[in-house]
Design a binder for this molecule. Structure first.
Ligand code: NAP
Length: 306
């Protein structure tokens, strides 16, 4: 805010609750740029209202852009900037935290101890999944997918991935990663981790049918976007198997979590904190601010949306 105030005129909106689409359509017109977060619905209606009154830039404090209608931005000549790269490590770290917690049954083990049920050490107490040799299936081997794969290699996991295009051979070689069709990956992976952007193509990528076709006992980790999973059917998939556990940072209708998941012990739920380290959040804010300042000064954007 200090950096912005020094160079451009700004209007702010209190951040206690996200604005509605109708509110944004009133607020945005008259501004050259909008600096927004994933909670703001930058829909065609909002963008058209803005473009009619001068809007030329949307600068998003996130890498995912599923709340921004990119087609409308292209039609209306509105540039879009986002914050790729600076949040890769933090998000990959949280993915590993969820993966480890799920594999080693940490939520269940902690509940067991706190409930006073631990009376003796035993050989099979809370026995979980051994990571060395287990198969990690990465869906979307982009920046974060690769960072998760590199971490998982350190734990001795075997990597396979599904992606529309095959990764460069040096990436495959360094991660010893095998490219598989999504359905083969789902049948083979002990842990499935989602790292694709949410779009019309990937909405409900893990449909009810696909959730029912995973390897017996599989763990599902999602730190990408909730809409990738048909969330209303997840509890059923866990109840009937073969899916054994889901560790979720993101949800279809945040901050609402599907009620069928809330009282289950085979899910681990955290409130969209993938990039939430102090250093990363500061770097994200800096990049989004830089985009506004570059735009105001007529310089090219450093991180335009593709
Ligand atoms: P990225 O580098 O663009 O990687 C996305 C990868 O997904 C690309 O390799 C892309 O392939 C691939 N892909 C696209 N469609 C696919 C499909 N249908 N099936 C399989 N793979 C597909 O993005 P990133 O920086 O890794 O970020 C990934 C996502 O993480 C973001 O979009 C965001 O939603 C999420 N995220 C969440 C948090 C959090 O706080 N939880 C934080 C940061 C990011 P191509 O390049 O060939 O298209």
């Amino acid at each position: 805010m200090h950096a912005l105030r020094a160079s451009v005129q700004i209007t702010t909106r209190p951040a206690d609750t996200p604005p509605t689409e109708a509110e944004l359509a009133e607020l945005v017109p008259g501004h050259d740029a909008v600096l927004c977060q994933l909670t703001e619905p930058m829909s065609r209606m909002v963008l058209e209202a803005g473009a009619a009154a001068g809007l030329r830039l949307v600068s998003q404090v996130a890498v995912g852009l599923d709340n921004v209608d990119l087609a409308a931005c292209a039609d209306l000549g509105i540039a879009v900037a986002h914050t790729p790269g600076v949040l890769t490590d933090a998000t990959a770290d949280l993915t590993m935290a969820l993966l480890l917690a799920a594999a080693r049954r940490l939520p269940e083990a902690e509940r067991y101890l706190r409930a006073g049920r631990w009376d003796v050490w035993s050989l099979d107490l809370m026995a979980g999944l051994e990571l060395r040799g287990a198969v990690l299936g990465i869906v979307g081997l982009g920046r974060i997918g690769q960072a998760v794969a590199a971490r998982a290699r350190g734990f001795g996991m075997r990597i396979c991935y599904a992606s529309p295009r095959r990764a460069p051979s040096d990436v495959e070689a360094s991660l010893q990663a095998e490219w598989l069709p999504l359905d083969t990956l789902l049948a083979r992976a002990d842990v499935i981790s989602l790292h694709v952007p949410l779009s019309a193509d990937t909405h409900h990528l893990l449909s009810r049918a696909r959730l029912g076709s995973v390897k017996d006992g599989a763990i599902l980790v999602n730190t990408s976007r909730g809409g990738l999973i048909e969330e209303a059917t997840l509890a059923d998939a866990l109840q009937t198997g073969p899916l054994a556990f889901a560790a979720l940072d993101v949800f279809e209708e945040e901050p609402r979590v599907h009620p069928s998941l809330l009282d289950r012990h085979d899910v681990l739920l955290v409130p969209h904190i993938g990039s939430a380290t102090r250093a990363t959040r500061l770097r994200m804010a800096q990049l989004a601010t830089d985009a506004v300042l570059d735009f105001a000064a007529g310089r090219p954007l450093q991180h335009p949306a593709r």
